[in-house]
Design a protein around this ligand. Sequence first.
Ligand SMILES: [Zn+2]
Length: 408
Amino acid sequence: MSKVVEKFLKYVSYSTKSNEESTTVPSTEGQMILARELVAELKSMGIQKASVDDNGYVMATIPSNIGKPVPTIGFIAHMDTAPDMSGENVKPKFIENYDGKDIILNEEKNIILSPMDFPELKNYIGKTLITTDGTTLLGADDKAGVAEIMAAAEYLMENPQIQHGIVRIGFTPDEEVGRGADLFDVKKFDADFAYTMDGGTIGELEYENFNAAGVKVYIHGRNVHPGSAKGKMIHSTLIANEFMNYLPRNETPSTTEGYEGFYHLTKINGEVEETKLQYIIRDFDSENFENRKTLIKNIVDKLNDKYGKDTVEIELVDQYFNMKEKIEPVKHIVDTAFLAMKEVGVNPIMVPIRGGTDGARLSFMGLPTPNIFTGGQNFHGKYEFVPTYAMEKAVDVIVKIVQLYTVK
Ligand SMILES: [Zn+2]
């Protein structure tokens, strides 16, 4: 069994599900336990500069072994798993020499991982897959990333003939509840740029993501007995309906893909007196993104003109931005990752992320951070799986990126 697979199996045995409700940092104790374990393991590899801070952020340094100055490169993964499903008592199953047919994850509960539902399985015929037993998630998001960085670190430490500059390692808590970058000390990390190992399918290389905003719409009505309501009742839910109708119908998550943006109604709560709508707004293009926000404001003005001042109120907040503008000035970091993949026999797939990443936020905090595949698939649920060769290739990619920067 390869080192990366061994490490992966070890890390998924730690329960590190993050918790949105929690006010502690990290949000759950399990993450701190894994963090301490990772530090101990880094030290046992001979990496002296390895520590975890009070917030659960692990940072470590592999010192340079060459005389000339080369960029300091960071590799980052998150230790927590998604709150959507249990990550406790994970029992990974090995499917060797996968035959392309249904995989019975759990006979008793009749849970089947089928190429009918997940056609990408067909890409892994003949490979070894690690799946769940159908009762938990696997935790490849992002323990595959953690294992890949750890295995690459170990490889570099054991093979001093491979020349490299300073390599920085960062493991973060609470990515899945959106707090992974919150307390990341970019100054302390002190890298010129970094990569998150947090993507999916083998070959994925991402440096574009959505611009994102959230908006809460409060609509105030006036309730009157329906028998004598003529000209008096203001029905907030009906106004909400008007609001929704002003938004373009074909710009929703279920009608868009690729670089297309959307408005997504995530919640509606209403009665005559008051209705609350919650939307998220997403767009890759910053100008379109602003236009979307303007459209929302214009609709509010229109409805307030019609129904009276302050009938509709909104709270609009920007959530994160497309990292592209921060990556483009240092585009060589994407080009090098692309080349590294090619050199280790992986076909790079450049796709825009229809979401955000911690790397996007770190990019705006001064650390340009594109995202690289982990190899995992079907994140956040019981159908999660990871081909072992994809994890092994991710390790190769990390080592190759480091090497490519020494010959530049
Ligand atoms: Zn992740």
